[in-house]
Design a protein around this ligand. Sequence first.
Ligand code: NAD
Length: 344
Amino acid sequence: KRVGYAIVGIGKLSAEELIPAARTSEHAYVAALVTSEEDKGEAFARAFDLTEDDVYTYDEFERLAERDDVEAVYIVLPNSMHREYVERAAKMGKQVLCEKPLGMNAEDAQAMVDACKAADVLLMTAYRCQYTPEHWTARDAVQSGKLGQIRTVDSIHSHVEDDPEAWRLKIDLAGGGPLPDIGLYSLNIIRFVMGEEPQWVFADLHQPEGDRRFEEVEERVSWMMGFSGGVVANCLTSYASQDTSTLRIIGEEGSVLMDPAFDYQGLKLTIEDDEGKFEPSFPAYDQFTNEFDHFAQCIRQGRTPWTPGEEGVADHVVMDAIYESARTGKRITLKPVKEKDAFR
Ligand code: NAD
């Protein structure tokens, strides 16, 4: 039996990616929608074979408790609302998939993990890039040792945010600027590919004066992350640079280049090792369908998702340290954290 999801928030991501992606899911389907815009909700319901009874307002959220067919709730709201809705969903005993960044900071994210544990429900952070064959192949290349000792890593994720009114530019709604929104992909995927946690960070942040967009949040963050063996990752994220999404890992005997590295589609992976240069290709897939399916299977099998809430917390710990470093001008040492087991 497929797992029924309630999608909470029908913004751009839900409308353009998630709701359509659920259609091609083998293990999941959309059973209900939660939105403040009733017309929009009903239009989506009609288009996706639901009825108006399947559309709820935020105030009616708790009525999902009566819906046994809604086993999972997918939170797709502005970042500051994630915690409240994750906690409310957990209280109803629903399994929870939550968009990234998990919370507003490490403390907020940890409270979400604790709430789901206390309610005995699963919590997954929606890190779509950890469900693609390209990123797994990059990780395997690094971890198999075929690139030799890894020496350096770099990643850029940027785009231009034009609208000064966007919630993404409001500190109370977003928790930060490009770092928690798109820089997070560089951070999360470097941790994933390296298979280890950074030991320290050092950062610089730019918040230009006189630009209405950046009154509350940074325009750009550059940061270094130190890993074991003297490996350093150099990362940059910006809301005022042309669309860029790259990842490069250079070892003594080979390298991995992804460009684009974090887009929804058309990821391009190049691996160079002592046998030559390869551009592996993979059967068509959808990152969001993979996420829906993975979490649905975890629910059925009672197992922890590959990117649980703890994975969201781990990134927040590093992001908090990045902001602290930018604020103080100091290199911040991170506490060691335990590694997790691989799921395949
Ligand atoms: P959006 O602005 O398009 O949609 C936000 C939704 O929240 C809308 O339905 C809006 O009505 C609702 N909302 C409720 N209260 C609001 C408020 N006070 N201000 C603004 N909107 C409010 O945003 P989005 O791009 O769909 O992002 C939603 C979440 O998804 C964010 O956490 C974001 O980080 C995440 N996201 C993830 C990816 C990914 O690739 N995984 C991509 C885009 C967004």
